[in-house]
Design a binder for this molecule. Structure first.
Ligand code: HEM
Ligand SMILES: *[C@@H]1O[C@H](CO)[C@@H](O)[C@H](O)[C@H]1NC(C)=O
Ligand SMILES: *[C@@H]1O[C@H](CO)[C@@H](O)[C@H](O)[C@H]1NC(C)=O
Ligand SMILES: *[C@@H]1O[C@H](CO)[C@@H](O)[C@H](O)[C@H]1NC(C)=O
Ligand SMILES: *[C@@H]1O[C@H](CO)[C@@H](O)[C@H](O)[C@H]1NC(C)=O
Length: 318
């Protein structure tokens, strides 16, 4: 049927030229309603990162965990109440995601300048970018216009976020479920060039896996014993945990990935070639990371009249 295939081609062309989610965000969304938004977020993040460098990492992860659960809609910021179960106590988040008070402070600063105008979801997207830049990473243009969810889903947080025990196949499929390619997944995992992980999340890798550098395993076992010390921290990047660079990939080719899921990216699989390319070219990693952050930031946003502009990021408007 010629007409059917003609319609199919038109349909495909429309998808290619207008990716459903990305087309709705715009970097100039608040340029008239909140002209100082970007400097306010940037200076607030500069203060937070000056106080604690790790905050750049914590806010980046907060954004990832927001976007992967029903899209970048600020749902992770909603606190649990006696009558509301949010995402903060889902397994990948509980006693692990952090930085909420930084987002709350930025929101107060933004509200003082532009009342009831800017969503918490957009503030988080900007703060994540600014944090990466502050510790030496690449920059990108943040699309804006996301609105805030009035709901959250603990069960989706449990099912959709990848675990540190994930295999390469699982990582690829969990990112594919969000419209992100294997290449996006490998680039975004480079977020582990900054920040810390708890012993309970890497114990099995440093005690049970064979694909680990022996002296690196010994180094990490010293502060993460076979039992106990579950919350002891170690840097995800053994070389420079406070600076955003491509050394995460150098670690992987030296079998010094901290998480099982990290080392899966260089374990005789489909991502080995890309990992080696990122080792050779920091610039390639930076441009792929920035492009993938834009893609991740465009996962099913609430736009138009959907959702709301939350006045306080921790709770829905009353
Ligand atoms: C590929 C699948 C991923 C898995 C399995 C994973 C898993 C983890 C785990 C287990 C931790 C340590 C949490 C803790 O011990 O409290 C962590 C930390 C972190 N993750 Fe991921 N992650 C993944 C992808 C990403 C992505 C896509 C980003 C951002 C682009 C990211 C950014 C971070 C950062 C920055 C930290 C450190 C946070 C801090 O120090 O507060 N991760 N991740
Ligand atoms: C393990 O890592 C150390 C540096 O962290 C390096 O000197 C050593 O050569 C590595 N061992 C192997 C077998 O790759
Ligand atoms: C051991 O873990 C503790 C608790 O997280 C942390 O403060 C400390 O820096 C770690 N020590 C080393 C040597 O990594
Ligand atoms: C990858 O394959 C080679 C050759 O088969 C083998 O020697 C090596 O141990 C494997 N490496 C890993 C990490 O599985
Ligand atoms: C936001 O709401 C929480 C919970 O009701 C409250 O403790 C906090 O002070 C509020 N923040 C602001 C800036 O009003």
């Amino acid at each position: 049927m010629a007409s059917t295939s003609f319609l199919a081609i038109i349909f495909l062309l429309s998808i290619i030229s207008f990716p459903a989610s990305e087309a709705q965000l715009s970097s100039t969304f608040y340029s008239r309603t909140c002209p100082n938004l970007l400097p306010i977020v940037r200076s607030s993040m500069a203060r937070a990162v000056a106080r604690e460098t790790r905050m750049a990492a914590s806010i980046l992860r907060l954004f990832f965990h927001d976007c992967f659960v029903n899209g970048c809609d600020g749902s992770i910021l909603l606190d649990d109440t006696p009558t509301f179960t949010g995402e903060q106590n889902a397994l990948p988040n509980r006693n692990s995601v952090r930085g909420f008070e930084v987002i709350d402070t930025i929101k107060s600063n933004v509200e003082a300048a532009c009342k009831a105008t800017v969503s918490c979801a957009d503030i988080l997207a900007l703060a994540a970018r600014d944090g990466v830049v502050l510790v030496g990473g690449p920059t990108w243009t943040v699309g804006l216009g996301r609105r805030d969810a009035t709901t959250a889903s603990q069960s989706t947080a449990n099912s959709d976020l990848p675990a540190p025990s994930s295999s390469l196949a699982t990582l690829v499929s969990k990112f594919a479920a969000k419209g992100l390619s294997a290449r996006d997944m490998t680039a975004l995992s480079g977020g582990h060039t900054i920040g810390q992980a708890q012993c309970q999340n890497f114990r099995l890798h440093i005690y049970n896996d064979a694909n680990i550098n022996t002296s690196f395993a010994a180094l990490r076992r010293a502060n993460c014993t076979a039992s106990g010390g579950d919350t002891n921290l170690a840097p995800l990047d053994v070389q420079s945990p406070n600076a955003f660079g491509n050394d995460y990939y150098q670690n992987l080719v030296g079998f010094r990935g901290l998480l099982h899921s990290d080392q899966e990216l260089f374990n005789n699989g489909t991502q080995d070639t890309l990992v080696r390319q990122y080792v050779r070219s920091r610039a390639l990693f930076f441009s792929d990371f920035a492009a993938a952050m834009v893609k991740m930031g465009a996962i099913s946003p609430l736009t138009g009249t959907n959702g709301e502009i939350r006045l306080n990021c921790t709770k829905v408007n009353s």
